[in-house]
Design a binder for this molecule. Structure first.
Ligand code: 4NP
Length: 158
């Protein structure tokens, strides 16, 4: 089993959506048992909270149900997961400055690295924007997750 942790700042917008899309695509490809994804935030703002209502709405529009309880990135996560996937450059910095990082078993990567057509590596934070921003984030995460699953299938011979 390959374990993936998607990480953003608040763990209510981008990373729960990334997790929902990833698990949906993995299940569709019959890889639901081999690929398991969760999500976390680098901040503690929304621990125990459900995903942002706009994240839930956008996901539902695309046929994905998000059940979520916010949690914060912990030192144990660096041992537990095979991949820790940052949504933007700021998340990446927060992850690599975390006390768990120096002994990390997990490989830390940027989400949009798996979208070869992406010109900007950041999945922008949609929190202070409109529903259009959430739809754009959904499309970015869909593309990147398709590339990520293709990468994982090859790398881990799934
Ligand atoms: P996320 O978005 O990192 O994609 O979950 C945010 C959600 C909440 C906050 C910031 C970003 N906040 O400041 O509360």
């Amino acid at each position: 089993m390959v374990k993936i942790l998607f990480v953003c700042l608040g763990n209510i917008c981008r990373s729960p959506l990334a997790q929902g899309i990833f698990n949906h695509l993995a299940a569709k490809k019959g890889l639901g048992e081999q690929l398991v994804a969760r999500s976390a935030g680098t901040a503690d703002y929304h621990i125990g909270e459900p995903a942002d209502h706009r994240t839930i709405k956008i996901a539902r529009r695309h046929g994905i149900e998000i059940k979520h309880e916010g949690c914060q990135l912990s030192e144990d996560d660096f041992q537990e997961y095979d991949y820790i996937v940052a949504m933007d450059q700021s998340n990446y910095l927060n992850i690599t400055r975390h006390p768990g990082y120096p002994n990390s078993r997990a490989t830390v990567v940027m989400m949009r690295n798996f979208d070869t057509a992406a010109s900007d590596l950041n999945v922008p934070d949609p929190y202070f924007g409109s529903m259009d921003g959430f739809e754009r984030v959904y499309q970015m995460l869909l593309k990147a997750n398709e590339g990520f699953i293709a990468f994982l299938s090859e790398k881990h011979q799934l």
